[in-house]
Design a protein around this ligand. Structure first.
Ligand SMILES: [Zn+2]
Length: 116
């Protein structure tokens, strides 16, 4: 993960190609998020206090468009959307995938200690 992300437009869109089963699981996650709501997601995924990767404190920021709030790690550059009650209104496929990846990183780096 690059700290250069801090200088990039985090709201820019990128295209990725995924296998059909991944796509269909993502659509399923999207529907579940819309139905159950963002508040069903644990707080350490929605609005974590510390970086899931290096455990440094996360800093909130908003973009010029102010469409969403974000959290950034000043140490390693990790960035995620801050999922508030309000962000549930605009849940789309990319948001579901992004939230899934936050879960993934949390699980992968669980138990690791802060290193700086
Ligand atoms: Zn970090």
């Amino acid at each position: 993960m690059s700290t250069n992300l801090a200088l990039k437009d985090v709201e820019a869109y990128k295209t990725i190609k995924v296998p059909l089963w991944v796509y269909e699981n993502a659509k399923e996650a999207e529907l579940a998020l819309i139905k159950k709501g963002v508040t069903q997601i644990p707080g350490d995924v929605r609005e974590p206090q510390t970086c899931p990767i290096c455990k440094s404190g996360l800093e909130p920021f908003v973009t010029e468009k102010r469409a969403h709030e974000y959290l950034r790690c000043p140490h390693c550059g990790y960035t995620q959307q801050r999922f508030t009650d309000r962000s549930g209104e605009g849940i789309v496929l990319g948001t579901a995938i992004g939230m899934g990846l936050v879960y993934f990183l949390n699980g992968l780096f669980k138990g690791s200690t802060r290193h700086d």
